[in-house]
Write a protein that binds this ligand. Structure first.
Ligand SMILES: *Cc1c(COP(=O)(O)O)cnc(C)c1O
Length: 421
């Protein structure tokens, strides 16, 4: 399916290795892989080409598969990939070739998408916080769709991006999300209504309402209240003669971690039903649905390989070992902060059935001299008793919010390398 899989075709044609043994924590569900084929392809790639760790390997075929699954589940929606989830040029190129549009947050992300072959008319500058100078640059580059949530930003759009279309973001509830966007974004529905009304008088076109239901959203019904607000706003504006052609329901679709998320079909059904009901109830046609998935498109396509730097015990009596790996909070595993995301783990050196039987509890930590660089301490994983220095530990479903969050070189540890296959 993917265009760049020639090396991989050769590798995966070889006799297969067994499925890896997966490791989780005490409260984890029986772990499963979000994309078993991606894991198999990446692990065989790393067998053929040992790569310095830590490294993130992204399976582009899985990215494309996810895009196709999403457009099949919501065929009337338009997908704007949220570039911040994984800005690797190959990922953006793959999605541009598949027909995706892009949600961008800065001039650099716009330039990245354009270099990857995207049309500027297929970009949405979705960050509500932007310098006027950046709005002017975006407009000069051809971007004509923006998201706002304030009077001041709307005026900047009017001045520096005349003739563009604007979404107005409302603050949404985030129950059920692993990551909430808090109070930073979005305005009250009444303000959104007046901003969208004012857009027309400022030489802009009102595109519609947008909202974000929080990232790694585990409740497929979480979009309901945002959609209900959007329909109310659309109805009030329709009464004033302003039609809102689109509805932007943001991102939030999940990746596969140790706590399983519902299947995509549940989200697609709940979202479609809510749009039908709420827009039907106010007597309006359904707007064009805009999705801004980040995590869903790339998380399961990635595998982060780390190496065990040290295994130690703090006292002879403690049954817990501390396992330190060369990937941590500052070079890729940022989302372990607060132990919010618990990744499924595997070790290529401990892949036989015996490895699954002889495990013991561990605390997991990164390599830097920072006390916060601990991955899991409340979330106690069980790893093979035979795990030793120099073995590798694979973090599954790490294609989203890993390399893009890595620091420049905190404590001298390099930012996370990304390889795309
Ligand atoms: C980050 C972001 C997204 C993507 O969110 P996911 O939870 O990764 O799907 C979408 N839209 C906006 C405006 C964002 O900031």
């Amino acid at each position: 399916m993917a265009g760049s899989a020639s090396v991989m075709d050769a590798i995966s044609a070889k006799p297969g290795h067994d499925a890896p043994v997966l490791f989780t924590h005490a409260n984890g569900e029986s772990p499963s892989m979000g994309a078993p084929k991606a894991v198999a392809r990446i692990q065989s790639f790393l067998r053929e080409r040992p790569t310095e760790t830590p490294c993130l390997v992204v399976d582009l075929e899985t990215v494309r598969e996810r895009y196709c699954q999403l457009t099949a589940a919501l065929p009337k929606a338009r997908v704007y990939y949220a570039v911040k989830a994984n800005p690797a040029a190959e990922v953006v190129r793959e999605l541009a070739a598949a027909g995706s549009c892009f949600d961008v947050a800065s001039v650099a992300e716009i330039e990245l998408c354009l270099a990857a072959g995207a049309n500027p008319r297929d970009l949405c500058y979705g960050n509500t916080i932007k310098k006027p100078a950046d709005v002017a640059k975006a407009h000069a580059l051809g971007v004509r769709l923006y998201t706002t949530d304030s009077e001041t930003d709307l005026e900047a759009l009017s001045e520096h991006a005349p003739g563009s279309s604007v979404f107005c973001r409302i603050a949404a509830v985030h129950d059920g999300a692993v990551y909430s966007f808090g109070a930073k974004f979005g305005c009250a529905p009444e303000l959104a209504e007046s901003l969208l009304l004012r857009a027309g008088t400022l030489g802009l076109a009102a595109a519609g309402v947008s909202f974000h239901s929080g990232s790694q959203q585990l409740d497929p019904h979480a979009w309901r209240s945002g959609i209900a607000h959007a329909a109310q706003i659309a109805a009030r504006l329709a009464a004033k003669g302003v039609r809102l052609p689109m509805l932007n329901i943001g991102g939030g679709l999940p990746g596969s971690y140790t706590h399983a998320a519902p299947p995509l079909a549940d989200y697609a059904d709940a979202i479609s039903a809510a749009v039908r009901e709420h827009f039907g109830a106010v007597g309006l046609h359904e707007p064009l649905l805009v999705l801004e998935p980040g995590r869903y498109l790339v998380a399961d396509a990635g595998l982060l390989r780390s190496e065990v730097v040290l295994v130690s015990r703090k006292s002879p009596a403690d049954e817990h070992r501390w396992v330190y790996v060369d990937a941590g909070r500052y070079n890729g595993l940022t989302e372990t902060e607060g132990e919010c995301v618990a990744y499924v783990l595997a070790s290529p050196e401990h892949a036989g059935p015996a490895a699954a039987e002889d495990t013991a509890p561990v605390y997991l930590a990164g390599p830097t001299c920072d006390g916060d660089d601990v991955l899991y301490q409340r979330t106690v994983y069980r790893l093979p008793s035979a795990l030793r220095v120099g073995d590798h530990l694979d973090f599954l479903s790490t294609g989203a919010y890993t390399a893009s969050y890595a620091s420049i070189a905190f404590n001298g540890f390099s930012p996370l390398k990304t390889l795309c296959i």
